[in-house]
Design a protein around this ligand. Structure first.
Ligand SMILES: Nc1ncnc2c1ncn2[C@@H]1O[C@H](COP(=O)(O)OP(=O)(O)O)[C@@H](O)[C@H]1O
Ligand SMILES: [Mg+2]
Length: 611
Protein backbone atom coordinates (compact mmCIF):
# COMPACT_ATOMS: atom_id res chain seq x y z
CA UNK A 1 0.00 0.00 0.00
CA UNK A 2 1.25 3.47 -0.76
CA UNK A 3 0.41 6.60 1.10
CA UNK A 4 0.47 8.86 -1.92
CA UNK A 5 -2.54 11.09 -2.28
CA UNK A 6 -3.02 11.38 1.43
CA UNK A 7 -4.11 14.84 2.46
CA UNK A 8 -2.31 14.63 5.77
CA UNK A 9 0.97 13.44 4.41
CA UNK A 10 2.70 16.77 4.79
CA UNK A 11 2.07 16.72 8.52
CA UNK A 12 3.34 13.17 9.01
CA UNK A 13 6.35 12.55 11.15
CA UNK A 14 9.24 10.83 9.38
CA UNK A 15 8.59 7.10 9.15
CA UNK A 16 10.43 4.96 11.68
CA UNK A 17 13.37 2.92 10.51
CA UNK A 18 14.09 1.40 13.89
CA UNK A 19 12.34 0.98 17.19
CA UNK A 20 11.97 4.48 18.59
CA UNK A 21 12.20 4.53 22.35
CA UNK A 22 12.48 8.24 22.99
CA UNK A 23 8.84 8.50 24.00
CA UNK A 24 9.36 5.84 26.69
CA UNK A 25 12.04 8.02 28.24
CA UNK A 26 9.62 10.93 28.30
CA UNK A 27 6.88 8.91 29.92
CA UNK A 28 9.25 7.46 32.50
CA UNK A 29 8.35 9.90 35.30
CA UNK A 30 4.80 8.57 35.15
CA UNK A 31 5.98 4.95 35.19
CA UNK A 32 8.55 5.36 37.94
CA UNK A 33 6.21 5.23 40.95
CA UNK A 34 5.09 1.80 39.76
CA UNK A 35 8.55 0.24 39.37
CA UNK A 36 8.38 -1.83 42.56
CA UNK A 37 5.01 -3.36 41.82
CA UNK A 38 5.95 -3.95 38.19
CA UNK A 39 9.15 -5.76 39.21
CA UNK A 40 7.13 -7.89 41.64
CA UNK A 41 4.45 -8.89 39.14
CA UNK A 42 7.03 -9.41 36.44
CA UNK A 43 8.99 -11.79 38.68
CA UNK A 44 5.78 -13.70 39.34
CA UNK A 45 5.27 -13.84 35.58
CA UNK A 46 8.76 -15.25 35.04
CA UNK A 47 8.17 -18.03 37.58
CA UNK A 48 4.90 -18.86 35.82
CA UNK A 49 6.88 -18.96 32.62
CA UNK A 50 9.49 -21.38 33.90
CA UNK A 51 6.66 -23.67 34.98
CA UNK A 52 5.14 -23.33 31.53
CA UNK A 53 8.40 -24.37 29.86
CA UNK A 54 8.73 -27.30 32.26
CA UNK A 55 5.41 -28.82 31.19
CA UNK A 56 6.39 -30.04 27.67
CA UNK A 57 9.68 -31.38 29.07
CA UNK A 58 7.79 -33.38 31.71
CA UNK A 59 5.25 -34.54 29.12
CA UNK A 60 8.12 -35.66 26.86
CA UNK A 61 9.75 -37.57 29.71
CA UNK A 62 6.39 -39.09 30.70
CA UNK A 63 5.93 -40.42 27.19
CA UNK A 64 9.43 -41.82 26.96
CA UNK A 65 9.64 -43.21 30.52
CA UNK A 66 6.05 -44.32 31.33
CA UNK A 67 4.15 -44.68 28.07
CA UNK A 68 6.63 -45.75 25.35
CA UNK A 69 8.57 -47.76 27.91
CA UNK A 70 7.67 -48.89 31.45
CA UNK A 71 10.63 -47.49 33.36
CA UNK A 72 8.67 -45.32 35.80
CA UNK A 73 5.06 -45.27 37.07
CA UNK A 74 2.72 -42.78 35.33
CA UNK A 75 1.14 -41.58 38.60
CA UNK A 76 4.05 -39.47 39.77
CA UNK A 77 4.21 -37.58 36.48
CA UNK A 78 0.49 -36.88 36.49
CA UNK A 79 0.56 -35.47 40.02
CA UNK A 80 3.56 -33.27 39.12
CA UNK A 81 1.76 -31.96 36.01
CA UNK A 82 -1.43 -31.18 37.98
CA UNK A 83 0.45 -29.31 40.72
CA UNK A 84 2.48 -27.34 38.20
CA UNK A 85 -0.66 -26.46 36.23
CA UNK A 86 -2.43 -25.16 39.32
CA UNK A 87 0.55 -23.18 40.55
CA UNK A 88 0.94 -21.63 37.13
CA UNK A 89 -2.72 -20.65 37.06
CA UNK A 90 -2.48 -18.87 40.42
CA UNK A 91 0.74 -17.11 39.44
CA UNK A 92 -0.74 -15.91 36.15
CA UNK A 93 -3.70 -14.39 37.98
CA UNK A 94 -1.35 -12.43 40.24
CA UNK A 95 0.81 -11.43 37.27
CA UNK A 96 -2.03 -10.16 35.08
CA UNK A 97 -3.71 -8.38 37.98
CA UNK A 98 -0.46 -6.56 38.75
CA UNK A 99 0.02 -5.58 35.11
CA UNK A 100 -3.47 -4.24 34.59
CA UNK A 101 -3.36 -2.34 37.83
CA UNK A 102 -0.13 -0.71 36.70
CA UNK A 103 -1.46 0.09 33.24
CA UNK A 104 -4.66 1.65 34.56
CA UNK A 105 -2.71 3.63 37.15
CA UNK A 106 -0.50 4.97 34.37
CA UNK A 107 -3.62 5.89 32.44
CA UNK A 108 -5.11 7.70 35.43
CA UNK A 109 -1.85 9.51 36.24
CA UNK A 110 -1.27 10.55 32.66
CA UNK A 111 -4.79 11.88 32.34
CA UNK A 112 -4.41 13.74 35.62
CA UNK A 113 -1.12 15.24 34.43
CA UNK A 114 -2.73 16.36 31.18
CA UNK A 115 -5.73 17.78 32.90
CA UNK A 116 -3.62 19.70 35.38
CA UNK A 117 -1.62 21.04 32.47
CA UNK A 118 -4.75 22.01 30.56
CA UNK A 119 -5.85 24.14 33.49
CA UNK A 120 -2.58 26.09 33.43
CA UNK A 121 -2.63 26.91 29.73
CA UNK A 122 -3.47 30.42 28.67
CA UNK A 123 -6.40 31.79 26.73
CA UNK A 124 -4.18 32.14 23.67
CA UNK A 125 -3.68 28.35 23.63
CA UNK A 126 -7.42 27.73 23.77
CA UNK A 127 -7.95 30.28 20.99
CA UNK A 128 -5.77 28.08 18.78
CA UNK A 129 -6.87 24.59 19.83
CA UNK A 130 -10.20 22.89 19.28
CA UNK A 131 -11.64 21.38 22.42
CA UNK A 132 -12.40 18.12 20.56
CA UNK A 133 -8.65 17.78 19.94
CA UNK A 134 -7.87 18.33 23.59
CA UNK A 135 -10.58 15.94 24.76
CA UNK A 136 -9.48 13.19 22.41
CA UNK A 137 -5.85 13.58 23.47
CA UNK A 138 -6.88 13.13 27.07
CA UNK A 139 -9.10 10.17 26.16
CA UNK A 140 -8.20 7.94 23.24
CA UNK A 141 -4.52 8.86 23.15
CA UNK A 142 -4.13 8.17 26.84
CA UNK A 143 -5.93 4.85 26.34
CA UNK A 144 -3.56 3.89 23.54
CA UNK A 145 -0.62 4.41 25.88
CA UNK A 146 -2.36 2.44 28.63
CA UNK A 147 -3.01 -0.50 26.30
CA UNK A 148 0.64 -0.63 25.37
CA UNK A 149 1.72 -0.84 28.99
CA UNK A 150 -0.85 -3.55 29.71
CA UNK A 151 0.37 -5.69 26.84
CA UNK A 152 4.10 -4.95 26.58
CA UNK A 153 5.11 -7.01 29.66
CA UNK A 154 3.07 -9.96 28.39
CA UNK A 155 5.02 -9.82 25.15
CA UNK A 156 8.23 -9.50 27.10
CA UNK A 157 7.53 -12.69 29.06
CA UNK A 158 6.64 -14.39 25.78
CA UNK A 159 10.05 -13.37 24.42
CA UNK A 160 11.67 -14.72 27.58
CA UNK A 161 9.80 -18.00 27.17
CA UNK A 162 11.19 -18.10 23.66
CA UNK A 163 14.75 -18.07 24.94
CA UNK A 164 14.12 -20.59 27.71
CA UNK A 165 12.40 -22.96 25.31
CA UNK A 166 15.22 -22.46 22.80
CA UNK A 167 17.79 -23.43 25.41
CA UNK A 168 15.93 -26.60 26.32
CA UNK A 169 15.52 -27.46 22.64
CA UNK A 170 19.17 -26.82 21.81
CA UNK A 171 20.18 -29.18 24.62
CA UNK A 172 17.94 -31.89 23.14
CA UNK A 173 18.97 -31.59 19.50
CA UNK A 174 20.81 -28.68 17.88
CA UNK A 175 20.01 -29.42 14.25
CA UNK A 176 16.31 -30.07 14.92
CA UNK A 177 16.14 -26.78 16.81
CA UNK A 178 17.64 -24.88 13.90
CA UNK A 179 15.18 -26.49 11.51
CA UNK A 180 12.32 -25.53 13.83
CA UNK A 181 13.29 -21.85 14.13
CA UNK A 182 14.46 -21.33 10.54
CA UNK A 183 11.26 -19.47 9.46
CA UNK A 184 11.35 -17.09 12.40
CA UNK A 185 13.79 -14.50 10.92
CA UNK A 186 11.33 -14.08 8.04
CA UNK A 187 8.64 -13.39 10.60
CA UNK A 188 10.81 -10.60 11.95
CA UNK A 189 11.37 -9.06 8.51
CA UNK A 190 7.65 -9.15 7.77
CA UNK A 191 7.06 -7.53 11.17
CA UNK A 192 9.37 -4.63 10.29
CA UNK A 193 7.65 -4.11 6.95
CA UNK A 194 4.32 -4.12 8.72
CA UNK A 195 5.48 -1.59 11.26
CA UNK A 196 6.72 0.84 8.62
CA UNK A 197 3.34 0.80 6.96
CA UNK A 198 1.35 1.06 10.15
CA UNK A 199 3.02 3.97 11.84
CA UNK A 200 1.84 6.72 9.49
CA UNK A 201 -1.62 5.18 9.53
CA UNK A 202 -1.90 5.13 13.29
CA UNK A 203 -0.86 8.79 13.32
CA UNK A 204 -3.59 9.63 10.83
CA UNK A 205 -6.15 7.55 12.70
CA UNK A 206 -5.55 9.31 15.98
CA UNK A 207 -5.79 12.68 14.23
CA UNK A 208 -9.03 11.77 12.54
CA UNK A 209 -10.51 10.41 15.75
CA UNK A 210 -9.85 13.84 17.17
CA UNK A 211 -11.63 15.43 14.19
CA UNK A 212 -14.66 13.25 14.80
CA UNK A 213 -14.54 14.20 18.49
CA UNK A 214 -14.39 17.89 17.56
CA UNK A 215 -17.41 17.71 15.28
CA UNK A 216 -19.33 15.72 17.89
CA UNK A 217 -18.41 18.06 20.70
CA UNK A 218 -19.27 21.21 18.77
CA UNK A 219 -22.54 19.81 17.40
CA UNK A 220 -23.68 18.78 20.84
CA UNK A 221 -22.50 21.92 22.62
CA UNK A 222 -23.95 24.07 19.84
CA UNK A 223 -27.11 22.05 19.30
CA UNK A 224 -29.33 25.05 20.10
CA UNK A 225 -27.67 27.15 17.41
CA UNK A 226 -27.71 24.24 14.97
CA UNK A 227 -31.42 23.70 15.43
CA UNK A 228 -32.41 27.33 15.42
CA UNK A 229 -30.76 27.77 12.03
CA UNK A 230 -32.13 24.43 10.80
CA UNK A 231 -28.51 23.51 10.10
CA UNK A 232 -28.84 19.88 11.19
CA UNK A 233 -28.19 18.75 7.64
CA UNK A 234 -24.88 20.54 7.32
CA UNK A 235 -23.70 19.26 10.71
CA UNK A 236 -24.62 15.73 9.66
CA UNK A 237 -22.68 16.24 6.44
CA UNK A 238 -19.74 17.56 8.44
CA UNK A 239 -19.86 14.48 10.67
CA UNK A 240 -20.17 12.20 7.66
CA UNK A 241 -17.05 13.82 6.21
CA UNK A 242 -15.06 13.34 9.40
CA UNK A 243 -16.37 9.80 9.81
CA UNK A 244 -15.47 8.97 6.21
CA UNK A 245 -11.96 10.28 6.78
CA UNK A 246 -11.61 8.07 9.83
CA UNK A 247 -13.13 5.09 8.06
CA UNK A 248 -10.68 5.49 5.18
CA UNK A 249 -7.69 5.40 7.51
CA UNK A 250 -9.10 2.50 9.52
CA UNK A 251 -9.83 0.50 6.38
CA UNK A 252 -6.31 1.15 5.14
CA UNK A 253 -4.99 -0.13 8.44
CA UNK A 254 -7.28 -3.14 8.27
CA UNK A 255 -6.05 -3.79 4.76
CA UNK A 256 -2.40 -3.73 5.80
CA UNK A 257 -3.12 -6.00 8.74
CA UNK A 258 -5.18 -8.39 6.66
CA UNK A 259 -2.34 -8.78 4.21
CA UNK A 260 0.32 -9.30 6.80
CA UNK A 261 -1.52 -11.33 9.43
CA UNK A 262 -1.63 -14.64 7.52
CA UNK A 263 2.08 -14.41 6.78
CA UNK A 264 2.93 -13.58 10.37
CA UNK A 265 0.76 -16.39 11.69
CA UNK A 266 1.67 -19.11 9.27
CA UNK A 267 5.38 -18.67 8.81
CA UNK A 268 6.15 -20.25 12.22
CA UNK A 269 3.92 -23.23 11.35
CA UNK A 270 6.42 -24.14 8.67
CA UNK A 271 8.67 -24.88 11.65
CA UNK A 272 6.19 -27.46 12.99
CA UNK A 273 6.08 -29.11 9.61
CA UNK A 274 9.87 -29.23 9.40
CA UNK A 275 10.08 -30.78 12.89
CA UNK A 276 7.63 -33.51 11.93
CA UNK A 277 9.55 -34.31 8.74
CA UNK A 278 13.10 -34.11 10.02
CA UNK A 279 12.30 -35.24 13.62
CA UNK A 280 10.22 -38.14 12.29
CA UNK A 281 13.15 -39.22 10.18
CA UNK A 282 15.47 -39.03 13.23
CA UNK A 283 13.06 -41.16 15.31
CA UNK A 284 12.75 -43.78 12.56
CA UNK A 285 16.51 -43.73 12.32
CA UNK A 286 16.68 -44.33 16.10
CA UNK A 287 18.57 -41.10 16.84
CA UNK A 288 15.70 -39.44 18.74
CA UNK A 289 13.00 -40.58 21.15
CA UNK A 290 9.36 -40.02 20.26
CA UNK A 291 8.81 -37.86 23.37
CA UNK A 292 11.25 -35.29 21.96
CA UNK A 293 9.04 -34.66 18.91
CA UNK A 294 6.00 -34.11 21.15
CA UNK A 295 8.13 -31.82 23.31
CA UNK A 296 9.43 -29.87 20.28
CA UNK A 297 5.98 -29.40 18.86
CA UNK A 298 4.79 -27.97 22.15
CA UNK A 299 7.79 -25.65 22.22
CA UNK A 300 7.20 -24.44 18.70
CA UNK A 301 3.73 -23.37 19.80
CA UNK A 302 5.46 -21.45 22.57
CA UNK A 303 8.08 -20.02 20.21
CA UNK A 304 5.35 -18.75 17.95
CA UNK A 305 3.73 -16.65 20.63
CA UNK A 306 6.13 -13.72 20.56
CA UNK A 307 6.15 -13.80 16.78
CA UNK A 308 2.42 -14.15 16.39
CA UNK A 309 1.84 -11.26 18.72
CA UNK A 310 4.71 -9.29 17.29
CA UNK A 311 2.39 -7.70 14.73
CA UNK A 312 -0.19 -6.79 17.35
CA UNK A 313 2.53 -5.57 19.66
CA UNK A 314 4.05 -3.43 16.92
CA UNK A 315 0.69 -1.88 16.17
CA UNK A 316 0.20 -1.10 19.83
CA UNK A 317 3.72 0.24 20.10
CA UNK A 318 3.33 2.49 17.07
CA UNK A 319 -0.03 3.71 18.22
CA UNK A 320 1.26 4.37 21.72
CA UNK A 321 4.18 6.28 20.24
CA UNK A 322 1.98 8.35 17.94
CA UNK A 323 -0.40 8.98 20.84
CA UNK A 324 2.34 9.90 23.25
CA UNK A 325 3.68 12.38 20.70
CA UNK A 326 0.26 13.95 20.53
CA UNK A 327 0.10 13.99 24.32
CA UNK A 328 3.54 15.52 24.69
CA UNK A 329 2.78 18.07 22.01
CA UNK A 330 0.18 19.45 24.41
CA UNK A 331 2.26 18.90 27.54
CA UNK A 332 5.11 20.81 25.89
CA UNK A 333 2.94 23.88 25.56
CA UNK A 334 4.18 26.28 28.17
CA UNK A 335 1.62 28.52 29.79
CA UNK A 336 2.15 32.08 28.60
CA UNK A 337 0.78 33.67 31.71
CA UNK A 338 2.87 32.66 34.70
CA UNK A 339 3.56 33.87 38.19
CA UNK A 340 6.48 36.28 38.59
CA UNK A 341 9.53 34.86 40.33
CA UNK A 342 9.22 37.28 43.20
CA UNK A 343 5.59 38.21 43.51
CA UNK A 344 4.61 41.47 45.15
CA UNK A 345 1.50 41.53 47.28
CA UNK A 346 -1.12 44.20 47.63
CA UNK A 347 -2.45 43.65 51.13
CA UNK A 348 -4.79 46.67 51.07
CA UNK A 349 -5.92 47.11 47.48
CA UNK A 350 -7.48 50.44 46.57
CA UNK A 351 -8.36 49.80 42.95
CA UNK A 352 -6.54 52.45 40.94
CA UNK A 353 -5.99 51.13 37.43
CA UNK A 354 -3.59 52.57 34.93
CA UNK A 355 -2.76 51.40 31.42
CA UNK A 356 -0.01 53.22 29.59
CA UNK A 357 1.22 52.75 26.07
CA UNK A 358 -0.50 49.38 25.85
CA UNK A 359 -0.10 47.61 22.54
CA UNK A 360 -1.85 44.30 22.04
CA UNK A 361 -3.00 41.86 19.39
CA UNK A 362 -4.18 38.25 19.55
CA UNK A 363 -1.63 35.61 18.56
CA UNK A 364 0.33 36.92 15.62
CA UNK A 365 -2.65 38.96 14.48
CA UNK A 366 -2.83 42.71 13.96
CA UNK A 367 -2.83 45.18 16.83
CA UNK A 368 -6.20 45.34 18.54
CA UNK A 369 -5.16 47.89 21.16
CA UNK A 370 -2.90 50.68 19.97
CA UNK A 371 -0.98 52.87 22.35
CA UNK A 372 -3.79 52.73 24.87
CA UNK A 373 -3.52 55.06 27.86
CA UNK A 374 -6.10 55.26 30.59
CA UNK A 375 -6.30 56.01 34.27
CA UNK A 376 -9.19 54.93 36.45
CA UNK A 377 -9.15 56.25 40.00
CA UNK A 378 -9.83 54.05 42.99
CA UNK A 379 -13.54 53.83 43.63
CA UNK A 380 -14.51 55.31 40.31
CA UNK A 381 -17.26 53.86 38.12
CA UNK A 382 -16.41 54.30 34.46
CA UNK A 383 -18.11 53.13 31.32
CA UNK A 384 -16.07 52.00 28.35
CA UNK A 385 -17.94 52.82 25.18
CA UNK A 386 -16.92 51.99 21.64
CA UNK A 387 -18.07 50.34 18.47
CA UNK A 388 -18.14 46.58 18.07
CA UNK A 389 -14.61 45.27 17.85
CA UNK A 390 -13.07 48.45 19.20
CA UNK A 391 -11.33 46.44 21.93
CA UNK A 392 -13.57 46.92 24.97
CA UNK A 393 -13.60 43.28 26.03
CA UNK A 394 -9.92 43.04 25.26
CA UNK A 395 -9.22 45.70 27.90
CA UNK A 396 -10.92 43.48 30.51
CA UNK A 397 -8.96 40.43 29.36
CA UNK A 398 -5.68 42.29 29.73
CA UNK A 399 -6.60 43.67 33.15
CA UNK A 400 -7.12 40.17 34.56
CA UNK A 401 -4.06 39.00 32.60
CA UNK A 402 -5.68 36.44 30.36
CA UNK A 403 -3.24 37.87 27.84
CA UNK A 404 -0.13 39.98 28.29
CA UNK A 405 0.28 43.16 26.27
CA UNK A 406 2.89 43.25 23.50
CA UNK A 407 4.11 46.54 24.86
CA UNK A 408 3.26 49.01 27.59
CA UNK A 409 2.34 48.47 31.23
CA UNK A 410 -0.77 47.89 33.26
CA UNK A 411 -0.67 48.74 36.95
CA UNK A 412 -3.01 48.26 39.87
CA UNK A 413 -2.36 50.72 42.69
CA UNK A 414 0.97 51.47 41.05
CA UNK A 415 2.05 47.80 40.99
CA UNK A 416 2.61 46.17 37.60
CA UNK A 417 -0.04 43.45 37.42
CA UNK A 418 2.61 41.07 36.05
CA UNK A 419 4.38 41.38 39.44
CA UNK A 420 1.38 39.96 41.29
CA UNK A 421 0.68 36.28 41.68
CA UNK A 422 -1.82 35.41 38.96
CA UNK A 423 -4.25 33.91 41.46
CA UNK A 424 -4.01 37.03 43.64
CA UNK A 425 -4.55 39.33 40.65
CA UNK A 426 -7.68 37.40 39.75
CA UNK A 427 -9.05 37.96 43.24
CA UNK A 428 -8.35 41.66 42.90
CA UNK A 429 -9.72 42.19 39.39
CA UNK A 430 -12.71 40.13 38.34
CA UNK A 431 -14.40 40.23 34.97
CA UNK A 432 -18.07 39.27 34.70
CA UNK A 433 -18.70 38.33 31.06
CA UNK A 434 -21.84 38.88 29.04
CA UNK A 435 -22.23 35.18 28.30
CA UNK A 436 -21.58 33.53 31.62
CA UNK A 437 -20.67 29.89 31.81
CA UNK A 438 -22.47 27.98 34.51
CA UNK A 439 -21.58 24.45 35.51
CA UNK A 440 -24.06 21.61 35.96
CA UNK A 441 -23.91 21.89 39.74
CA UNK A 442 -26.33 23.44 42.26
CA UNK A 443 -26.97 27.18 41.98
CA UNK A 444 -25.25 27.55 45.35
CA UNK A 445 -22.02 26.07 44.02
CA UNK A 446 -22.19 28.16 40.87
CA UNK A 447 -22.40 31.26 43.04
CA UNK A 448 -19.60 30.13 45.34
CA UNK A 449 -17.41 29.09 42.41
CA UNK A 450 -14.64 31.53 43.23
CA UNK A 451 -14.87 30.88 46.99
CA UNK A 452 -15.77 27.25 47.58
CA UNK A 453 -16.85 26.62 51.15
CA UNK A 454 -18.23 30.10 51.77
CA UNK A 455 -21.26 29.97 54.08
CA UNK A 456 -24.88 30.10 52.97
CA UNK A 457 -25.50 33.52 54.55
CA UNK A 458 -22.83 35.13 52.40
CA UNK A 459 -24.07 33.37 49.30
CA UNK A 460 -27.58 34.63 49.95
CA UNK A 461 -26.36 38.17 50.61
CA UNK A 462 -24.56 38.19 47.26
CA UNK A 463 -27.61 36.74 45.54
CA UNK A 464 -29.77 39.47 47.08
CA UNK A 465 -27.35 42.13 45.91
CA UNK A 466 -27.69 40.97 42.33
CA UNK A 467 -31.46 40.56 42.64
CA UNK A 468 -31.24 36.81 42.24
CA UNK A 469 -32.42 35.61 45.65
CA UNK A 470 -36.12 35.70 44.74
CA UNK A 471 -35.92 33.76 41.55
CA UNK A 472 -33.52 31.23 43.07
CA UNK A 473 -36.03 30.53 45.87
CA UNK A 474 -38.64 29.95 43.20
CA UNK A 475 -36.54 27.28 41.49
CA UNK A 476 -37.56 23.70 42.14
CA UNK A 477 -35.00 23.06 44.89
CA UNK A 478 -33.99 26.64 45.68
CA UNK A 479 -30.26 27.04 46.08
CA UNK A 480 -29.78 23.29 45.63
CA UNK A 481 -31.27 23.28 42.14
CA UNK A 482 -28.81 21.83 39.70
CA UNK A 483 -28.78 24.08 36.66
CA UNK A 484 -28.75 22.34 33.29
CA UNK A 485 -25.51 22.15 31.37
CA UNK A 486 -24.07 25.64 30.92
CA UNK A 487 -27.05 26.94 32.83
CA UNK A 488 -29.38 26.55 29.86
CA UNK A 489 -32.32 25.84 32.15
CA UNK A 490 -32.16 29.48 33.28
CA UNK A 491 -32.96 32.61 31.30
CA UNK A 492 -30.13 34.78 29.98
CA UNK A 493 -30.81 37.44 32.59
CA UNK A 494 -30.90 34.86 35.39
CA UNK A 495 -27.59 33.40 34.25
CA UNK A 496 -26.06 36.85 34.16
CA UNK A 497 -27.25 37.57 37.68
CA UNK A 498 -25.72 34.35 38.98
CA UNK A 499 -22.46 35.24 37.23
CA UNK A 500 -22.58 38.69 38.81
CA UNK A 501 -23.18 37.16 42.23
CA UNK A 502 -20.27 34.83 41.64
CA UNK A 503 -18.02 37.79 40.85
CA UNK A 504 -19.33 39.70 43.83
CA UNK A 505 -18.59 36.89 46.28
CA UNK A 506 -14.91 37.20 45.42
CA UNK A 507 -15.29 40.85 46.48
CA UNK A 508 -12.72 42.23 44.04
CA UNK A 509 -11.22 45.70 44.28
CA UNK A 510 -11.91 46.16 40.58
CA UNK A 511 -15.03 44.72 39.03
CA UNK A 512 -15.28 44.69 35.25
CA UNK A 513 -18.80 44.13 33.96
CA UNK A 514 -18.30 43.30 30.30
CA UNK A 515 -21.82 43.81 29.09
CA UNK A 516 -22.64 41.60 32.03
CA UNK A 517 -26.09 43.09 32.53
CA UNK A 518 -27.15 43.16 28.89
CA UNK A 519 -29.96 40.66 29.44
CA UNK A 520 -31.17 42.20 32.68
CA UNK A 521 -34.08 44.66 32.80
CA UNK A 522 -33.14 48.30 33.13
CA UNK A 523 -34.74 48.85 36.58
CA UNK A 524 -33.25 45.65 37.93
CA UNK A 525 -29.87 46.74 36.61
CA UNK A 526 -30.10 50.05 38.43
CA UNK A 527 -31.08 48.22 41.62
CA UNK A 528 -28.13 45.87 41.24
CA UNK A 529 -25.74 48.77 40.84
CA UNK A 530 -27.08 50.44 43.97
CA UNK A 531 -26.57 47.19 45.85
CA UNK A 532 -23.04 46.85 44.48
CA UNK A 533 -22.22 50.30 45.81
CA UNK A 534 -23.60 49.48 49.22
CA UNK A 535 -21.65 46.25 49.47
CA UNK A 536 -18.31 47.75 48.84
CA UNK A 537 -17.71 51.38 49.22
CA UNK A 538 -14.84 52.43 47.04
CA UNK A 539 -14.90 49.54 44.63
CA UNK A 540 -13.67 50.46 41.19
CA UNK A 541 -16.22 49.42 38.61
CA UNK A 542 -15.63 49.30 34.88
CA UNK A 543 -18.77 48.92 32.83
CA UNK A 544 -18.54 47.88 29.24
CA UNK A 545 -21.80 49.34 28.18
CA UNK A 546 -24.15 48.88 25.32
CA UNK A 547 -27.13 50.68 26.80
CA UNK A 548 -27.66 54.27 27.67
CA UNK A 549 -29.12 53.20 30.99
CA UNK A 550 -25.86 51.44 31.84
CA UNK A 551 -23.73 54.35 30.68
CA UNK A 552 -25.85 56.52 32.93
CA UNK A 553 -24.61 54.56 35.96
CA UNK A 554 -21.03 55.62 35.35
CA UNK A 555 -19.24 58.69 36.68
CA UNK A 556 -17.31 59.01 33.47
CA UNK A 557 -17.10 57.55 29.99
CA UNK A 558 -13.96 56.32 28.24
CA UNK A 559 -14.54 56.37 24.51
CA UNK A 560 -12.56 53.75 22.56
CA UNK A 561 -11.99 53.96 18.83
CA UNK A 562 -9.89 51.32 17.08
CA UNK A 563 -8.12 50.23 20.22
CA UNK A 564 -7.13 53.56 21.64
CA UNK A 565 -8.79 56.14 23.85
CA UNK A 566 -10.35 58.76 21.64
CA UNK A 567 -11.84 60.87 24.41
CA UNK A 568 -12.91 60.72 28.02
CA UNK A 569 -15.40 62.75 30.00
CA UNK A 570 -18.97 62.63 31.14
CA UNK A 571 -21.53 61.35 28.71
CA UNK A 572 -22.93 64.84 28.15
CA UNK A 573 -19.49 66.32 27.54
CA UNK A 574 -18.62 63.67 25.01
CA UNK A 575 -21.92 64.16 23.23
CA UNK A 576 -21.10 67.85 22.95
CA UNK A 577 -17.40 67.64 22.18
CA UNK A 578 -16.94 64.47 20.16
CA UNK A 579 -19.16 64.06 17.09
CA UNK A 580 -17.94 60.47 16.58
CA UNK A 581 -19.28 59.53 20.01
CA UNK A 582 -22.82 60.41 19.05
CA UNK A 583 -22.39 58.44 15.82
CA UNK A 584 -21.20 55.34 17.63
CA UNK A 585 -24.03 55.65 20.11
CA UNK A 586 -26.54 55.96 17.31
CA UNK A 587 -25.14 52.95 15.49
CA UNK A 588 -23.99 50.69 18.17
CA UNK A 589 -25.91 51.40 21.29
CA UNK A 590 -28.96 49.36 21.91
CA UNK A 591 -31.70 51.89 22.41
CA UNK A 592 -34.60 49.48 22.54
CA UNK A 593 -35.12 49.07 26.27
CA UNK A 594 -35.30 52.79 26.92
CA UNK A 595 -36.18 54.54 23.71
CA UNK A 596 -38.39 56.95 25.55
CA UNK A 597 -35.42 58.46 27.33
CA UNK A 598 -33.28 60.89 25.49
CA UNK A 599 -29.64 60.78 26.52
CA UNK A 600 -29.76 64.29 27.95
CA UNK A 601 -32.72 63.88 30.26
CA UNK A 602 -31.57 60.49 31.41
CA UNK A 603 -28.05 61.55 32.16
CA UNK A 604 -28.63 65.05 33.40
CA UNK A 605 -27.79 63.97 36.91
CA UNK A 606 -24.30 62.81 36.05
CA UNK A 607 -23.32 65.99 34.27
CA UNK A 608 -20.32 67.70 35.73
CA UNK A 609 -19.22 64.76 37.83
CA UNK A 610 -15.58 63.81 38.01
CA UNK A 611 -13.37 63.63 34.94
N1 LIG B 1 -9.56 35.47 21.04
C1 LIG B 1 -9.37 36.28 19.99
N2 LIG B 1 -8.52 35.92 18.99
C2 LIG B 1 -8.32 36.74 17.94
N3 LIG B 1 -8.92 37.91 17.78
C3 LIG B 1 -9.78 38.33 18.71
C4 LIG B 1 -10.05 37.53 19.87
N4 LIG B 1 -10.94 38.19 20.64
C5 LIG B 1 -11.21 39.34 19.99
N5 LIG B 1 -10.52 39.44 18.84
C6 LIG B 1 -10.52 40.57 17.92
O1 LIG B 1 -10.07 41.71 18.60
C7 LIG B 1 -10.85 42.85 18.28
C8 LIG B 1 -11.42 43.47 19.54
O2 LIG B 1 -12.27 42.56 20.15
P1 LIG B 1 -13.09 42.86 21.48
O3 LIG B 1 -12.17 43.45 22.48
O4 LIG B 1 -13.81 41.64 21.85
O5 LIG B 1 -14.11 43.96 20.94
P2 LIG B 1 -15.35 44.60 21.68
O6 LIG B 1 -15.02 46.05 21.74
O7 LIG B 1 -16.51 44.37 20.77
O8 LIG B 1 -15.51 43.97 23.00
C9 LIG B 1 -11.90 42.38 17.31
O9 LIG B 1 -11.45 42.74 16.02
C10 LIG B 1 -11.93 40.90 17.45
O10 LIG B 1 -12.19 40.29 16.21
MG1 LIG C 1 -16.98 42.68 23.78
Amino acid sequence: MTLSGLPDQASLPPGPTRLELGWLRRIWPILRPHTASVIFSFSVGVVALVLQVAVPAIVGTTIDESIASDNQPLQGFLIALAVIGMARGVLLVIYRYGLYRMAYSVEADLRQTMFRHYTTLSHSFYDRMQSGQLISRAQSDVRAVQLFFAVAPLILTAVLSFFIAMTVMLRTNVLLTLVAVAPLPFVYVVGILLRNRLFPLSWIIQGRQAEVATVTEESIAGVRVVQSFAAEGSRVTEMAKAARGLRWANVQQGDVRARFAPLLENLPRLGSLAVLVYGGWLVIDGQLEIGAIIQFNAYILMLQIPFRFLGFFLILGQRARASSERIFEVLDETPEITDPEQPVDLPVPKGRVEMSGVQFGYGSGPDVLRDLDLVISAGETVAIVGGTGSGKSTVGRLLSRFYDPRDGTITLDGVNIADLKVSRLRELIVVAPDEPFLFSVPVRDNLAFGRPGVDQAEIEAAARAVDAHEFILNLEHGYSTVVGERGYTLSGGQRQRIALGRALLVDPAVLVLDDATSAIDVEVEARIHDALRVRRDGRTTILVAHRLSTIGLADRVIFLVDGSVKATGTHAELLRRVPEYATVLAHDIDLTPDTDLTPDTELAGTEGSQE
